[in-house]
Design a protein around this ligand. Structure first.
Ligand code: GLU
Ligand code: ZN
Length: 321
């Protein structure tokens, strides 16, 4: 029995207005933790200064509240604690800890070199880094820095299999060296990578349940391994299906008609939650209701693993007034 307090989290990136797909994952994260009587935390993942904006974060928090998806701790506009952009000292400390174990090395490869040298594809279709810069001598490194190249920093992963049981997708396993490869902890522009930030934050913030889209399923072994290296106990993971357009494309920020800007003009919070509950398999028709009314009917068996198509017919019926 895990004695830690049950704690879930929303961890959105404020890089635009939320769309129906983000709301779907947020509702399921909220239901998962509320059903267990746990607490919810909100953290703004605004690491990437080129994509994230403060106004988007304010909107995002307001949109969650408007829908009735509340949180007990975490982000407040005026406090820096739960903005990733303000947590650099923590990521630096985590980075140093890994470096102290001899796991970190600079990678000077250009994009072109990476393409040329990368081995067969990783389990999520991304390329596996060859490890080319692992064995650079001090002299070679000095010469490369002098030539003006700024390195990215990678972590040397072991030939270990990381396995876990996903609460929705079942048993998962990944060989870090073969399926993933040495990954980046810090970009050449100094920005810490998502993998490091999320592992440090979930660990440091005592998160015990992570619910998010299955597009992050393949990142999970990396995060579990990092958390172990940093001395944290990894959370339980439940990955959720994605929402797709009728053409089978996953909903994205460019699907403007399904973002909160438009949804809030055309629909009530109960209509949107009702539609999401229907898409999640928790009710047979898209009838309006509140998140709280979905608590008694929530189960991971009903949600299942299949991606959901959002077509016009269901939208017209559920949310267009
Ligand atoms: N911030 C990430 C995103 O919006 C999610 C990170 C996570 O849930 O681990 O895609
Ligand atoms: Zn390299």
């Amino acid at each position: 029995m895990d004695e830690r307090r049950i704690r879930g989290r929303f961890a959105p990136s404020p890089s635009g207005r939320m769309h129906l797909g983000n709301l779907f994952a947020a509702l399921l994260a909220w239901l998962d933790v509320r059903c267990l009587g746990g607490e919810m935390l909100l953290r703004m993942e605004d690491l990437d200064p080129d994509r994230c904006r403060r106004e988007y974060a304010l909107r995002l928090a307001d949109d969650l509240q408007w829908l009735g998806l509340d949180w007990d701790l975490g982000w407040k506009a005026e406090e820096e604690t739960y903005w990733q952009s303000a947590r650099t000292p923590y990521y630096a400390a985590a980075f140093e800890k890994l470096a102290g174990k001899g796991l970190v090395y600079p990678c000077y490869c250009s994009r072109k070199e990476l393409l040329a040298a990368s081995a067969p594809h990783g389990s999520d279709g991304s390329r596996v880094y060859s490890g080319r810069c692992r064995t650079l001598s001090e002299t070679e490194k000095a010469a490369l820095s002098q030539s003006g190249r700024k390195p990215a920093w990678r972590v040397w992963v072991p030939a270990a299999e990381i396995s876990f049981v996903d609460g929705n997708f079942g048993p998962q396993a990944q060989r870090l060296d073969r399926d993933c490869g040495d990954f980046i902890l810090r970009r050449s522009d100094g920005v810490y990578a998502y993998q490091l930030a999320v592992a440090e934050d979930d660990g440091h913030m005592g998160v015990t349940r992570v619910v998010r889209g299955w597009d992050l399923l393949f990142s999970t072994p990396r995060q579990i391994w990092l958390m172990e290296q940093l001395g944290y106990e990894p959370p339980a993971y439940c990955h959720v299906p994605l929402l797709c357009s009728p053409e089978g494309r996953r909903l994205a920020k460019r699907d403007r008609d399904l973002d909160m800007e438009v949804l809030r003009q055309e629909s009530t919070p109960r209509q949107i939650v009702g539609l999401l509950g229907y898409l999640a398999g928790l009710q047979e028709k898209p009838l309006p209701l509140t998140p709280r009314e979905l608590i008694p009917v929530f189960s991971w068996e009903k949600v299942g693993r299949a991606d959901r198509v959002v077509d016009h017919a269901v939208l017209e019926k559920a949310i267009r007034r």
